[in-house]
Design a binder for this molecule. Structure first.
Ligand code: BGC
Length: 793
C-alpha cells in the first residue's frame, strides 16, 4: 500500500466506527467523519460533523443526581445523499456480497468509495463517490457521486439532503445523558437543486447554517422535485433517465457558516451565496489539493519504511485536519480526540503538550492561536484560583467554551456498571503544560511581542497559583503541594485517607519549580515598560517573585529506593501481582476498571496508568533536570534517570496512548530497541485501535502528534534554547536516516538531515539573521543560502 493511501476493502462490520474516525475529512474549522452518505446513526454507522470550538451545555439526571455536561456539538450533517432505481427503495448501503473499497488519499485529502448497490428488484448500480472538506476554503465541502446503471434502465432518482435531526449519541457510555443540542430554525429549498438549513445550539446559542447545491455534472438533464421539508431537514430530488449501462455524475457542494464566523453578516446568507458561487467539484478539488500540497511541503517527514511512513502520514493528516492554519483565526483549543468523534465530549485537556511542539516548528501562528485560546480563558482560571484562595490562575483539567472546569464528577465503569466519583479535576498540572508550551513557543519563535502581549502573563499567572499552592513544612524545611493528582489517573488518593488527592506529586512539584523559574526569565526577557505594565496589571508583588525563588530552592521532591517517588507515601503501597492479573484478564490496560469491579482500587498499589514521574524526563533534558535538583539541594547522579525509568516501566500498564509516546522518548538514550518498540506502539494506536474500540469515538491526537515529534525532536535530540538550535542525534537502528523541514525563528523551510555520520542543516534564502547550531559541543553557523554539516563522531 502506498504511503499516501489508507485502503479498506469490503464492509466495515464491527470496525465501521474506527474506519469512520480514520477516514474523517476536515480542515481545522470543521470535520466530518467518514460515514457513508446514505447512512444514519444506527448503532453501526455514525455520521458526525464537528465545528472547532462549537460547544453546548445540557443537563441530565444520573442516578438521581443532576449532571451538567458540555459537548462539542454534533452539527447538522451536510453529507446525506442516496438514490433509487425506478420506484425501488432508497439505497441504504453497499451490496455486502459485492466488492467494495474505501480509499483515503492523504496527499490530496480525498475519500473515495467504490461499491455496488442492488435493490429488491435486482437492479445493480455501480457507485463511485469522492468527497473533500476543503483545505482551501474552510467553509466548503463537496461530494461527487457517479452512478452507473449496470443491468437496468429507467429512472434514477438521487436525493440530496441536509440533516439537522442529529444528536450527540456517538459514545455508548454517554447514552444515558442529554444529547440534544440543536434547535431547528428553518429549512427549505431555493432554486432547483439547492437546499438550506438553519439551527441554533440550544444553550450556547450558536447559529449554524448549511446550504448545498446539488447538480448533475455529467449525464442527462435532471427533473427536479423536493420532498417535504421538516423543521430540521431539507432535501431535493434529481431524476434522470438512464439507458442500461448509462451513467450520471451528481455533485453536491455544501457550505457551512456559523454566527461566530468573522466577516459574515448573516450565516445563512453567507452559506447560500457560497454554495451558489462555488465551482465544480474538479475546480474545488484542484484548489483543495494545492492547499494540501503546501501543507505537506511544510510537514513531510522522510523516515522509516513504507508502512511506517503511511501511518506517519495518517497522523500528520489528522493532526492538520484538527489544527490547521485555518485554526489560527479561531477561538479553539486542542480537542484531545480531534474533531473526529465524541469521546471526552470534545474537551481540551493537557494533550496540547504533545501537539504544540510540532506546531511551534511548522505553523507557529496556529500554535499561538491555541495559546490564545488559553489566554482568553484566564479570567475563568483566575476565578478558579480565587475560589481556592490563591492568586494567579488555575486552569481546568477539562476545558470547553468558556474555560470553566468541565470535568465530570462521576464516570461510568462499564465493567461494573457503577458510576464512580471522578477526581480528575485535581490534575492541576494542566496549567504547567500551558506554561511549558508558552516558553517553548517563545524559544522556537524568538518572538518577544508574543511574550509581551500575552505569553508572559500566562506563565506568571500559572506560576503564582503554584507558588500559593505550595505550603512551607517546617519539619521538612521544604515547600509541599498537597491534594493534587499527577498524570497517572489511576491514583487519585491515598488508600488510608478519605479526602481525594495526593501530596507532593513529583512531576507537579518539579515542573512547578521549572515554571516559576521560567516566569522569572520571562519577566527578565520583557522590555522594561512591558515588565512594569504586566506587574501592575496582574498586581504581582515583589514578595511573590522572592517566593518563586525561595520555592525553587526548597521544593520537596520525594525519593525512595534511589528513585524519584511518584508522590509522598508511594513506597508504602503494595506491589500488584502483575502476572496473576495478566493471566486472569489478558489485557490489563484498564486496571482501574478491573480493580473497581473487584471492589478494589489502584490507589492501594504501585501501578501507573501512564508516565507520571517519567514525564519529567520527557519535558526536561538530563542537564536541565540535574540543574533543577541541584538547585533544590536534592541528590542527582547520572544513574537516576535510567533507574527511575526502569522502576516505573515495570509498574505501568499504559492505559493511555500518551504513555507509549513518553516511554519511547525516555528510553531513546538508554535502550534504543525498547524506544523503537514504544514508538511503533504509539504509531499503531489508532490504525489498529489498540485501546480496544476507542478510536471509533475519536482519534488520539496527542499520540498522533507525539509520533511525529519523536522522529523530529527526540531522535535528533533537537532542543531550542539560548537562541541556538541544539542537536544530539541518536536514532534507532531501524531509522538509518531522516530528514524534514522546520520553521525556526524567521527562517522558513530549514531542512534538517540526519544519518549515522552527520547532521546537516540547510537554510533557504531569506533576509533573516544566521543562527547557531550546536552538536556535542561543536558549534556552526546556519546562514541563509548555505548548509552546515556537523559530524556525529
Ligand atoms: C489520559 C490523559 C489525557 C486524556 C485525554 C486520558 O486517558 O490519561 O492524560 O489527557 O486521556 O486524551
Amino acid at each position: 500500500m502506498s504511503r499516501w493511501r489508507l485502503v479498506y476493502e469490503g464492509p466495515g462490520g464491527e470496525h465501521t466506527g474506527t474506519r469512520e474516525a480514520l477516514c474523517t475529512l476536515g480542515n481545522g474549522f470543521f470535520a466530518t467523519r467518514g460515514a457513508a452518505p446514505e447512512a444514519r446513526a444506527d448503532g453501526v454507522n455514525y455520521p458526525g460533523t464537528y465545528i472547532a470550538g462549537c460547544y453546548d451545555r445540557a443537563v441530565s439526571t444520573v442516578d438521581g443526581h443532576r449532571v451538567e455536561n458540555e459537548d462539542l456539538v454534533n452539527a447538522p450533517d451536510w453529507l446525506p445523499l442516496t438514490f433509487r432505481c425506478g420506484d425501488g427503495g432508497w439505497c441504504t448501503g453497499p451490496d455486502p456480497a459485492a466488492p467494495a473499497r474505501t480509499e483515503l488519499d492523504m496527499r490530496r485529502g480525498v475519500l473515495t468509495r467504490t461499491f455496488h448497490a442492488v435493490d429488491g428488484e435486482g437492479r445493480r448500480t455501480r457507485v463511485v463517490q469522492r468527497r473533500l472538506v476543503s483545505m482551501d476554503d474552510p467553509h466548503l465541502a463537496a461530494l461527487e457521486t457517479t452512478l452507473v446503471a449496470e443491468n437496468w434502465s429507467g429512472r434514477l432518482t438521487v436525493r440530496s439532503a441536509l440533516d439537522g435531526e442529529v444528536a450527540n449519541t456517538g459514545v455508548a457510555r454517554y447514552r444515558g445523558l442529554a444529547a440534544e443540542h440543536l434547535r431547528p430554525a428553518g429549512a427549505g429549498g431555493g432554486a432547483a437543486g439547492t437546499v438550506w438549513l438553519r439551527c441554533t445550539t440550544a444553550e450556547s446559542g450558536v447559529g449554524i447554517a448549511l446550504a448545498a447545491r446539488t447538480r448533475v455534472s455529467r449525464g442527462p438533464a435532471p427533473v427536479h422535485s423536493a420532498p417535504p421539508a421538516r423543521p430540521a431537514w431539507a432535501g431535493c430530488d434529481l431524476a434522470v433517465d438512464l439507458p442500461e449501462g448509462g451513467q450520471a455524475t451528481v455533485e453536491k457542494v455544501a457550505a457551512l457558516y456559523t454566527s461566530r464566523d468573522r466577516a459574515v453578516g448573516d450565516p445563512l446568507g453567507a452559506a447560500r451565496a457560497a454554495a451558489d458561487r462555488a465551482g465544480h467539484f474538479d475546480a474545488l478539488l484542484r484548489r483543495h489539493a494545492a492547499a494540501w500540497r503546501r501543507l505537506w511541503r511544510a510537514c513531510a517527514v522522510d523516515a522509516g519504511d513504507e508502512d511506517d511512513r503511511r501511518v506517519l502520514n495518517l497522523h500528520l493528516f489528522h493532526l492538520l485536519q484538527t489544527v490547521s492554519p485555518h485554526t489560527a483565526d479561531l477561538d479553539a483549543g486542542v480537542p484531545a480526540r480531534g474533531l473526529h468523534g465524541e469521546a471526552y465530549r470534545g474537551h481540551v485537556f493537557w494533550d496540547e503538550l504533545f501537539v504544540l511542539p510540532f506546531l511551534n516548528l511548522r505553523f507557529p501562528e496556529t500554535a499561538r492561536a491555541l495559546l490564545r485560546y488559553r489566554w482568553r480563558r484566564l479570567p475563568a482560571a483566575r476565578r478558579a484560583a480565587r475560589e481556592a484562595g490563591l492568586r494567579g490562575a488555575l486552569f481546568p483539567w477539562q476545558s470547553g467554551s468558556d474555560g470553566r472546569e468541565e470535568s465530570q464528577r462521576l464516570h461510568l465503569n462499564p465493567r461494573s456498571g457503577r458510576w464512580v466519583p471522578d477526581h480528575s479535576r485535581l490534575q492541576r498540572h494542566v496549567g504547567l503544560a500551558i506554561a511549558y508550551n508558552v516558553w517553548q513557543h517563545h524559544q522556537a519563535t524568538g518572538d518577544v511581542s508574543f511574550l509581551a502581549e500575552f505569553g508572559a502573563e500566562l506563565l506568571v499567572e500559572v506560576a503564582r497559583a503554584f507558588a500559593d499552592t505550595a505550603v512551607y513544612d517546617r519539619a521538612l524545611d521544604r515547600y509541599r503541594i498537597r491534594g493534587v493528582m499527577g498524570p497517572d489517573e489511576y491514583h487519585d488518593g491515598m488508600p488510608d485517607r478519605s479526602a481525594p488527592g495526593l501530596d507532593d506529586n513529583a512531576y507537579t512539584n518539579v515542573m512547578a519549580v521549572w515554571v516559576m523559574l521560567r516566569a522569572l526569565d520571562a519577566l527578565e526577557a520583557l522590555p522594561g515598560p512591558c515588565r512594569t505594565a504586566l506587574k501592575e496589571s496582574v498586581g504581582l508583588a515583589p514578595e511573590e517573585t522572592a517566593r518563586f525563588e525561595a520555592i525553587s530552592r526548597r521544593m520537596h521532591v520525594p525519593f525512595h529506593d534511589g528513585v524519584i517517588s511518584q508522590f509522598a507515601g508511594y513506597e508504602s503501597l503494595a506491589e500488584l501481582d502483575w502476572a496473576a492479573y495478566r493471566a486472569r484478564y489478558g489485557d490489563i490496560r484498564r486496571l482501574d476498571r478491573i480493580l473497581e469491579a473487584e471492589g478494589d482500587t489502584c490507589n492501594r498499589y504501585r501501578v501507573s496508568k501512564q508516565a507520571d514521574v517519567l514525564m519529567l524526563f520527557f519535558l526536561l533534558s538530563a542537564d536541565e533536570l540535574a540543574g533543577l535538583l541541584e538547585g533544590l539541594e536534592l541528590p542527582y547522579d547520572p544513574g537516576l534517570i535510567p533507574r527511575t525509568v526502569r522502576y516505573y516501566l515495570e509498574r505501568t500498564c499504559h492505559g493511555s496512548t500518551l504513555s507509549s509516546v513518553v516511554h519511547a522518548w525516555v528510553l531513546s538514550r538508554t535502550d534504543r530497541a525498547a524506544s523503537w518498540r514504544f514508538f511503533r506502539e504509539a504509531l499503531r494506536s489508532d490504525i489498529d485501535d489498540s485501546q480496544g474500540g476507542t478510536t471509533a469515538e475519536g482519534i488520539h491526537l496527542g499520540a498522533m502528534a507525539g509520533t511525529v515529534d519523536l522522529l523530529t525532536r527526540c531522535y535528533t535530540g533537537l532542543e531550542l534554547r539560548d537562541g541556538a538550535l541544539h542537536l544530539s542525534p541518536l536514532t534507532p537502528a531501524e531509522l538509518p536516516a531522516l530528514s524534514f523541514e522546520l520553521r525556526y525563528r524567521d527562517h522558513w523551510g530549514v531542512r534538517l538531515e540526519v544519518d549515522g555520520e552527520s547532521a546537516r542543516v540547510s537554510v533557504p534564502p531569506s533576509a533573516a539573521p544566521p543562527f547557531p547550531v550546536e552538536l556535542k559541543g561543536r558549534r556552526a553557523t546556519a546562514a541563509p543560502r548555505t548548509s552546515c554539516e556537523l559530524p556525529l563522531h
